[in-house]
Design a protein around this ligand. Sequence first.
Ligand code: KG4
Ligand code: ZN
Length: 358
Amino acid sequence: MNGKNENNNKPTSFFPVPRFTPLMLVLGVESSCDETGVALYDSARGLLAHALYSQIAMHNEYGGVVPELASRDHIRRVLPLTRQVLAESGCTLTDLDGIAYTQGPGLAGALLVGAGMARALAFALDIPAVGVHHLEGHMLSPLISDTPPEFPFVALLVSGGHTQLMRVSGVGCYTLLGETLDDAAGEAFDKTAQLLGLGYPGGPALSKLAATGDAGHFSLPRPMLNSGDFDFSFSGLKTAVLTLVRRQGLEQAADIAAAFQAAAVEVLVSKSLAACAHSGVTRLVVAGGVGANTRLRERLTREAAARGIVVFYPKLEFCTDNGAMIAFAGAQRLAHASSADLTFAVKPRWDLATLDAV
Ligand code: KG4
Ligand code: ZN
């Protein structure tokens, strides 16, 4: 299992996939939170098309995601986006070999929209459907590349809801090395951004503001930096920012943003490299929304290189939620799926380490 195209008679794909994947065209549907993502992935030709509708503007006025509004908007977007990717790739519904959808974790109502649509369409077309773990989608997203990492690798998953370090030895072979004990990294960015008067989601806005500040002006704690394990804690850092804002006001918001980002990034970089050393692997994959953070990318790439570790990132557009990662992960699993069972259930809470290997 090494991601190489071992069949010399076939042209090398732009997006090489593990060799056990049968040739198939897969529609992927993501609807776990505040983005509707739809994509078409062809295991021979790679990603054919992907489309995304972000609900950020709608939720912004509430300062966070409103689950019921999210579900209703997914209903409005999912079919037009599906028509769009089919039209862009010159495919029709009858070309599809399977449909993948996000089964969890996420908002129950939002998940049900994608799951219901995918299952119904698969039944109508008499093709298999498969429920994909959202974090597996994120974690495998760097494989949608012309230079995918080989297994095994360590994955740093940094999204709005999760912060985990995993050892990945194959699709479905995930060992949890450590995780956050309280807030997720993205959540800490979002909450800190809120304290600084920035909008939702706060990560991109905070990172933009931090670029104009002096990271050394204020000193913030690096929680659990020397805890000797691979766990994280970000709620104390957020509280330290709150104390600082109460004391200083928002006049030096850029310096506070820079100090927060520097502290969060230092802990993420240090624990990720320690996890690689512990696992004896020289490949590190970064996935999830916070993986789009420029300072994290710069620091990690530089410090990893000094230790002989290569870091793989998804393309920027695939760091945050998208349909391409679900279509790709689904293509890896669809060989084992069946269309005979018409029942389905979403899993708002779902432990990544419990997935079956394929
Ligand atoms: O993976 P994702 O799109 O959704 C979840 O599965 O949660 O991640 C969203 C998170 C949000 O918390 C957002 O603020 C954060 O990723 N994020 C960033 C950046 N871009 C998105 N955090 C820091 N810097 C960024 N550039
Ligand atoms: Zn996500």
